[in-house]
Design a protein around this ligand. Structure first.
Ligand SMILES: C[S@@+](CC[C@H](N)C(=O)[O-])C[C@H]1O[C@@H](n2cnc3c(N)ncnc32)[C@H](O)[C@@H]1O
Length: 226
C-alpha cells in the first residue's frame, strides 16, 4: 500500500476536523460546499432561491448545491445539474454528465431545461495543476462560459451565482456581469477556505439579452451558439 505523503496526511486531518465537513455529515449534505450556497442565499435575500424556480447548477457533483436548490424550489420547481463527473441521482433533479465547455453539453442542457431559467448556479472549478499560469485562465474560461450561458437562458430579472478565482481576469469578468445584471455582489462565504482565491459573484436582476465579454478572452463566445 503506498504511503501517504505528509501534505496529504495534513489535508486529511484538517478535512476530518473541518466544521463544515462535520455539519454536512450531520445534515445529510453531499459536500461542505452546500454551506456556501446556504450562506449566499441568507446574505443575498430570500429572492435568490424560491419555490417553483427552474435552476441550472453547473459543476454540480457531488451534489451539495443541488440539494440546497431542491430544498428551496420544492416540488413545483426543478434543477438541471451538470458535471464532468458522474453524480448520483437526486429526486427532482435531472443530472447531465458532460463537459460544459463542449457545445453538445450546452445544447443538451438547453433542451433538458426546455424553458427559461430563474437561476444559474456555477460552482465549476478546473482540475488544479498547481501552476497559476495554467489554472487561472482555465478558471476564467469556465466563468466566461457560465456568464454567456446565463445571458442566453435566464428570464428577465433572473439571477446567477458564479464562482470566480481572484486574478488578472477578475475585473473584466466583474464588469461583464455588471453590464448584464442590475446588482452584482462579490461574496466570500465563511465556508470558503481563507487560503482559497475563490469568490462568488452574486448577480441579480438580469436585464441584458447578451453579455459583453469584450476585454475578456471570449474564445467560446464563438464556440457556444447561444
Ligand atoms: C467544487 S466542485 C462542485 C461542488 C458542488 N457545487 C457541490 O455542492 O457539491 C467543482 C466541480 O466542477 C466540475 N467541473 C469542472 N470543469 C467542468 C466543466 N468543464 N464542465 C462541467 N463540470 C465541470 C468538476 O468536475 C467538479 O465536480
Amino acid at each position: 500500500m503506498p504511503r501517504r505523503r505528509p501534505s496529504s496526511h495534513a489535508w486529511l486531518q484538517e478535512h476530518r476536523r473541518d466544521p463544515y465537513v462535520l455539519a454536512a455529515a450531520r445534515d445529510g449534505y453531499r459536500s461542505r460546499a452546500a454551506y456556501k450556497l446556504l450562506e449566499i442565499h441568507t446574505r443575498c435575500g430570500p429572492g435568490l432561491l424560491r419555490p417553483g424556480m427552474a435552476v441550472v447548477d453547473l459543476g454540480a457533483a457531488p451534489g451539495g448545491w443541488t440539494q440546497v436548490a431542491l430544498q428551496h424550489v420544492g416540488s413545483h420547481g426543478g434543477v438541471v445539474a451538470v458535471d464532468l463527473l458522474a453524480m448520483a441521482p437526486l429526486a427532482g433533479a435531472t443530472v447531465i454528465q458532460g463537459d460544459f465547455l463542449q457545445e453538445e453539453t450546452v445544447v443538451t442542457v438547453r433542451q433538458t431545461l426546455g424553458r427559461k431559467a430563474d437561476l444559474l448556479l456555477s460552482d465549476m472549478a478546473p482540475n488544479m495543476s498547481g501552476m497559476k499560469a495554467v489554472d487561472q485562465p482555465r478558471g476564467e474560461r469556465l466563468v466566461e462560459a457560465a456568464l454567456a450561458f446565463a445571458a442566453a437562458i435566464l428570464k428577465p430579472q433572473g439571477s446567477a451565482v458564479l464562482k470566480l478565482f481572484d486574478g488578472p481576469g477578475f475585473p473584466d469578468l466583474l464588469r461583464a456581469a455588471r453590464g448584464a445584471f442590475a446588482q452584482v455582489k462579490v461574496v466570500k462565504p465563511k465556508a470558503s477556505r481563507g487560503r482559497s482565491p475563490e469568490q462568488y459573484l452574486v448577480c441579480q436582476g438580469f436585464y441584458a439579452p447578451c453579455v459583453n465579454l469584450e476585454g475578456v478572452d471570449a474564445r467560446h463566445q464563438a464556440g457556444i451558439h447561444l
